[in-house]
Design a protein. Structure first.
Length: 271
């Protein structure tokens, strides 16, 4: 019987990890005791899971449990993320500007890198329609005389300025979107663009499907990292803008998938 139990514990590791991350998204912290009751596996197995997941940067171990990495900082998670690698994000966003032309309709997700792009757009004389799932992003642009802002509807994600869920998806069927600018928790050649929140991913997937082209804005901390849920496969990505120097073999693989890789240096300072 133990053998069968062990086999089940081994077989269902990905499912367990998915549940753990969903619980973390919901509550920000979990204990091994409550997970053990809920998932019905031994505490020893869960300790192994949590240690592995911590190694991948998905969570931080605490005494008797774990917490979301973003919530380790006492500030709200978004402001923490926003400050992290701010110079890199600015340089990547500045490069992304070159892909935008007058009169286009673009989508910006709720990432801190897309917010950086919105700040640059705010100071630019350009005529655009911007569809966004980021509350901050919408507020940043709503005073611009020539930018029409459409904020997608949805549930406001706790500890964040983003919307999630599928409530606002129908709007996307009525708009022709030229370009989507998105960041992610992780990017890898196997999984494409991935994120923590299964609910936010639902909205991002719809945004990807509604956009003619998808531009991924990724600072070095996102590359070769996998998160729980994929929202864009390599086939759906057109351009990758990053400050991470990928291996030649990786760039070649991306080229084979018709993805243009743009490498930026991050010496540019924020005004």
């Amino acid at each position: 019987l133990n053998y069968v139990g062990d086999m089940m514990e081994k077989m269902f590791a990905p499912e367990r990890r998915k549940i753990i991350l969903e619980k973390l998204n919901e509550k920000q912290r979990v204990t091994i005791k409550e997970l053990s009751k809920e998932i019905k596996v031994s505490e020893a197995t869960l300790r192994t899971d949590l240690t592995k997941m911590e190694g991948e940067g998905l969570l931080q171990r605490t005494h008797g449990g774990a917490m979301l990495v973003e919530h380790v900082d006492t500030e709200t998670s978004f402001s923490t993320r926003e400050r992290k690698n701010r110079n890199e994000k600015y340089s990547i966003a500045k490069k992304a500007m070159e892909l935008i032309s007058d009169g286009q309709c673009i989508t910006l997700d709720a990432s801190s890198t897309a917010l950086e792009l919105a700040r640059i757009l705010k100071e630019t004389s350009i005529r655009l329609t911007v569809v966004t799932s980021g509350i901050n992003t919408a507020l940043e642009l709503h005073d611009h005389p020539d930018i029409t802002v459409i904020l997608l509807g949805g549930i406001v994600k706790k500890g964040s300025y983003s919307l999630e869920g599928s409530l606002g998806i129908n709007i996307l069927n009525q708009i022709h979107i030229d370009l989507m600018f998105t960041s992610a928790n992780g990017f890898s050649l196997e999984s494409g663009l991935t994120d923590f929140s299964v609910y936010e991913v639902e909205l991002k997937k719809a945004m990807v499907n509604a956009s003619k082209k998808v531009v991924a804005l990724l600072d070095h901390s996102k590359i070769h990292k996998n998160s729980i849920a994929s929202f864009a496969s390599l086939d759906q990505i057109d351009t990758l803008i990053t400050n991470y120097a990928l291996e030649d073999s990786e760039v070649k693989k991306l080229e084979e998938k018709d993805i243009t890789t743009i490498l930026v240096s991050t010496n540019a300072n924020i005004h």
